[in-house]
Design a protein around this ligand. Structure first.
Ligand SMILES: *Cc1c(COP(=O)(O)O)cnc(C)c1O
Length: 428
């Protein structure tokens, strides 16, 4: 695609965008009365305008029905998660039975590892990407120790080659093949939080299975960002948070995926609680845990109705958009435009002041662009902020900018480039 670096052109792309109206569904943060150009949806998505109404509805039910709310009202809390399952499934390429909203992400990662990290004999290793999100690293370390192994031996990290920032698929596949029958679990991010690299999930899954391992993914930066086919790719399990690309608010509910091929496996252990018990029999309060069929059987505690109502508000907007495919089509173009305007800034400065470490190829990235600012990185970031552009900052010198197709547009991206050019000329 050949782009142009001017406002009229950006506005023309916005006029041609069939999803342009969706940004009116969101509330934008402001600075001195002016809305930010918000490029931080990779960290915390914006608030849907309907969020308040969905919470109010539940507060109303609590007020008017109190305990009866579990079984009475338009959407009884007992079954409240079911409407979410229907909307989560198409977002991640699963059938509704395979997904369930519950808890928060790291908690779910632990619960799923209880079921799917089952080291025995010489098969005890976990393969993951180096530089994974810290919470995932801590979860892996502690799980490995919990089973009596030394993380130094049990955790194999695949790292980028010297001088490179992202992983080569071939290196990941080789690492899996090399460890072979010592691998119990392959656990990767879908999209890496730092570099924005989208890993080749089907290839990793195939290689993991060929080695006889279970394959799971942390989709914190992938779900709601890139198209996923968790069921067809034969992924064993996955989990994600919904407050990043899925706009469910700070501390929002997490989602899990368990492939249906595992539903009948009685050898799978889990840390059980009453809410995972067979739904029809749950209130008989009987002794001896019998799980509900499907992903719902991994629930532990009762439905968190208020956070779920926020997730629901946002999922309805994804439904309106036609779920992920139309959004992805826009996202590929929007992010490519951001690559383009940053390149224009570098050209104008006569040097590569801004080195993009995110892969340029759409198939290897989502919406996020991670940029190493070579000189005065923090000053540049702060100046962007002072000029109403809100991205996010990672030590020591990385600025992450994420145009989200639900609420960002081509004009946002053009202005970001224009401001970056102005700031660079002032500061460098
Ligand atoms: C954002 C993120 C988390 C956050 O975990 P919480 O349990 O929701 O606090 C974990 N892992 C990854 C890969 C993330 O990107």
């Amino acid at each position: 695609m050949i782009f142009e670096n001017n406002l009229a052109y950006a506005r023309q792309l916005d006029r041609q965008d069939p999803l342009s109206e969706l940004r009116n569904e969101f509330l934008f943060p402001q600075q001195k009365g002016k809305p930010f150009i918000y490029l931080c949806g990779n960290s915390l998505g914006l608030q849907p305008k309907t969020a308040r109404q969905h919470i109010d509805e539940q507060l109303g039910n609590w007020h008017n029905l109190a305990v009866e709310g579990w079984f009475e009202g338009e959407k009884p809390w007992m079954f409240y998660h079911k409407a979410l399952k229907e909307l989560m499934a198409p977002l991640v390429g699963a059938n509704p039975k395979e997904v369930c909203p519950m808890n928060t992400l790291t908690v779910n990662l632990h619960l799923l590892m209880v079921s799917f990290y089952r080291p025995s004999g010489k098969r005890f290793k976990i393969i993951m990407e180096s530089g994974a999100f810290p919470s995932d690293q801590y979860a892996m370390e502690s799980q490995v120790r919990f089973h009596g192994y030394d993380p130094k031996e049990a955790i194999i990290e695949v790292a980028p080659r010297t001088g490179e920032h992202t992983l080569r698929t071939a290196d990941i596949l080789t690492a899996i093949a090399d460890q072979g029958d010592e691998i119990a679990l392959v656990l990767f991010g879908g999209v890496n939080y730092f570099t924005g690299q989208w890993y080749d999930m089907p290839a990793i899954t195939k290689a993991g299975h060929a080695a006889g391992a279970i394959v799971g993914f942390d989709l914190a930066h992938a779900a709601g960002n890139v198209p996923l086919q968790l069921h067809d790719w034969d992924i064993d399990f996955a989990c994600w948070c919904s407050y990043k690309y899925q706009n469910s608010g700070p501390g929002g509910i997490s989602g899990i995926f368990v492939h249906e091929k595992h539903f009948q496996d009685k050898t799978i252990n889990r840390f059980a609680g009453w809410w995972g018990y067979q739904e029809q029999e749950r209130f008989k309060m009987a002794k001896g845990f019998v799980p509900e069929a499907g992903a719902d059987g991994w629930q532990v505690s009762c439905t968190q109705v208020i956070p779920m109502s926020l997730y629901y508000a946002s999922l309805r907007i994804f439904e309106k958009a036609g779920f992920i495919e139309p959004l992805r089509e826009k996202s590929e173009k929007l992010t490519a435009y951001l690559f383009y305007v940053i390149d224009q800034v570098n050209r104008s400065l006569g040097e590569e002041q801004y080195q993009i470490i995110t892969p340029a190829t759409a198939a290897d990235r989502g919406a996020q662009v991670s940029i190493i600012a070579k000189h005065k990185p923090k000053e540049i970031f702060n100046a962007l902020m002072a000029n109403n552009i809100l991205g996010d900052w990672r030590e020591p010198n990385v600025i992450r900018l994420t145009p989200v197709p639900l609420y960002n547009n081509f004009e946002d991206v053009f202005i970001t480039g224009e401001q970056l050019m102005k700031i660079s000329k002032e500061l460098l």
